[in-house]
Design a binder for this molecule. Structure first.
Ligand code: MEV
Length: 314
């Protein structure tokens, strides 16, 4: 019996979340060491049984099911030009749900990849991202498309809603420490809440988004030339505007403060906010101290990741 396997990474929004929903640019990077996994064992006929192993959930795929993953599977079959496949599809993810690291897009990407692999079809990252977006719309309401895009491309991107992503040069390697506040917040609700506030105070929110767009452009330059201290300062600035927008939380702010005090260049919440994860940009020599400080300040989980820069290619 052949077993097909595929995986997909987690993601971090380095800067620009929320404003990106309103047409401003954002920068996102993959987290390759934290992943979702899909395993598919086909059988010649019968149904497709889907097992969400972490949730203890199992269902049989049906063409008209509204479940976001079932919709992704339907779009995958359509893109692959095949009638529905039968077999067992097992899904497992190391990415916390509702933590701002792209768990839904990551699981869905692993699903698309494993089904394509079973049919020996190579789908481009753009096509994978477009299929996964169909699930994201059901999960999250009005997503910008940044999560599914950075996960499908698995490289640092400059993203503006409705336009193809642009790969971003990283002049010098970055070390990020991610701290999980342990609080789960539904992206759909946070994004919906920001939309309501934007409708009520449009001018104020447009100004917030413009400030964020300005710092995201500066962050791009800092990233490209490898000016990491400036990038850190811009992450702090981004956090300031996210607080004004109303998507921060005291628990996140405690972690952010702890990371800064332990020597991070800068820190901010990452993703939709109100809970989930924060990120700190950290000099290599301070990584252990920052991890320790985050744990003492209440982080339920920490991850470290390095985004390779051009110097590593030499
Ligand atoms: C979620 O990872 C990022 C948000 O900007 C929503 C989106 O872009 O769809 C909060």
């Amino acid at each position: 019996m052949t077993v097909y396997r595929a995986s997909a990474c987690a993601k971090i929004i380095l800067c620009g979340e929320h404003a990106v929903v309103y047409g401003r640019p954002a920068i996102a990077v993959p987290v390759p060491d934290v992943r979702s996994h899909a395993t598919f064992t086909p059988v010649p006929r019968g149904h497709l049984h889907v097992f969400l192993d972490d949730l203890g959930e199992a269902w049989t795929w049906q063409e008209n099911s509204p479940h976001p993953l079932a919709v992704v599977i339907r779009h995958t079959f359509a893109a692959l030009g095949t009638s529905p496949l039968a077999g067992e599809l097992h899904l497992h993810s190391d990415i916390p749900i509702g933590g701002g690291l792209g768990s839904s897009a990551s699981v869905a990407t692993a699903v698309v990849r494993v089904l394509a692999r079973a049919l020996d079809v190579d789908l481009s990252p753009a096509r994978v991202a477009a299929i996964v977006y169909e699930g994201e719309r059901i999960w999250h309401g009005t997503p910008s498309g940044i999560d599914n895009t950075v996960i499908a491309y698995e490289q640092p991107i400059w993203f503006v809603k409705g336009t193809p992503p642009r790969p971003i040069r990283v002049g010098r390697s970055l070390t990020l420490v991610i701290g999980d506040s342990g609080i789960r917040a539904a992206t759909r609700e946070v994004v919906g809440d920001v939309r309501r506030r934007w409708q009520e105070e449009r001018e104020t929110y447009e100004a917030y988004f413009d400030h964020i767009a300005h710092l995201v452009r500066q962050a791009r330059t800092a990233l490209e030339i490898g000016d990491i201290p400036t990038l850190g300062r811009l992450l702090d600035e981004n956090q300031y505007w996210l607080e004004r927008i109303g998507v921060s939380a005291p628990e996140l702010e405690r972690l952010i403060r702890a990371a800064r005090e332990a020597g991070a260049w800068g820190a901010k919440l990452a993703g939709a906010g109100r809970g989930g994860n924060m990120i700190a940009l950290v000099p290599s020599a301070r990584v252990d101290a920052v991890v320790q400080a985050l744990r003492s300040a209440g982080a339920v989980h920490t991850y470290r990741t390095t985004i390779p820069g051009e110097e590593t290619a030499q």
